[in-house]
Design a protein around this ligand. Sequence first.
Ligand code: GLY
Length: 386
Amino acid sequence: MENVNDLSNPPDTSFLSEQVAFVIKKIFENQKDFQTLVPPAASKNLVYEPEENNDWTASFWIGQLFLAKELTKSHDFDVTIEKQLKSFANRLEKKIELETHDIGFLYSLSAVADYKINHTESSRQTALDAADLLMKRYSPKAKIIQAWGDLSDPEQNGRMIIDCLMNLPLLYFATNETGNPKYAEAAYQHALQTQKYIVRPNYTTYHTYYFDTQTGLAKYGKTQQGYSDDSCWARGQAWGIYGFTLSYLHTGDLSFLETAQHLADYFIAQLPEDKVCYWDLIFNDGSNEERDSSSAAIAVCGLLELAKQLPLTSKKRTEYENVALEIMKSLAENYSTKDTPQSNGLLLHGVYDKKSDKGVDECMSWGDYYYVEALTRLAQSWYMYW
Ligand code: GLY
């Protein structure tokens, strides 16, 4: 039997120090363009043009700044971080484009991260206000948080999506800080509904699922960004690996840890030769479809956190760590912008939304963030913002 704990053949991590230095330099330089403005969701011709803080992806820049601060233990990023924090407080106060569940991404990587790192009281309050706004999207009847749009929009009413698992930590934060169980209870119910309806019996996942918010009845699964309603969108599966692991961490419900492992096993089984997934897991080598490096980076973070939660003696723990390292090595060697100096992104070959021809084969702002998070996880002990 293969000994997965064989330390005579440790995974190759020689890419790590070079890539950590590379991303820190790039983030440092990018500060000249992104002080109060932010990179958009996706680059165009591999360049992010600065935009206002009004999209769901705006926090992936300040998230990178916090990671760079932690990696360097310097004050080189503080001025930009301050300006970004003000921009997030202002966005919340004015409710700029916040009719979305992505309030979780937006305020976990800004206000919560600031509170966890710097213990800033105003950021704690911003995070709690953001959690209150997110709670307004919770349907007690359907037990889900509506993903997108106005709550009365018939197109979006009762629609939940797998990505939302990453928005739930903001609610657990609010319960931990206030002692009010209502936030954690909503998050837990939403995660249970995701597990029951979004995860299929073969451990692939729907991207989105509709519920009737009057009766609470589950209706049907539908994709938004995947290839088809019954295919497995790579990023959805990656959000699921990381998100169910976080649901376990915040609730102690072991069934979430098991679900995360099943999703990870399916994801790993679909990996192509170079270990970086295609944008939908229905595709593999020879398909002529694009890779999605951003899903790969998310999956690495999920696999590393998942591995950490398993017993020291678990063979799965070593397997997940080794696969995560293999994916990272491939990203570092073949997907980093290290040989593409005209780009201000970090990770090439991401896909935002292939069917809408949006951000195809470009850098993704979250791909860059999760790549830096993965490098941080590999380089040092890191206290999660999630
Ligand atoms: N959360 C939206 C996406 O992953 O594209």
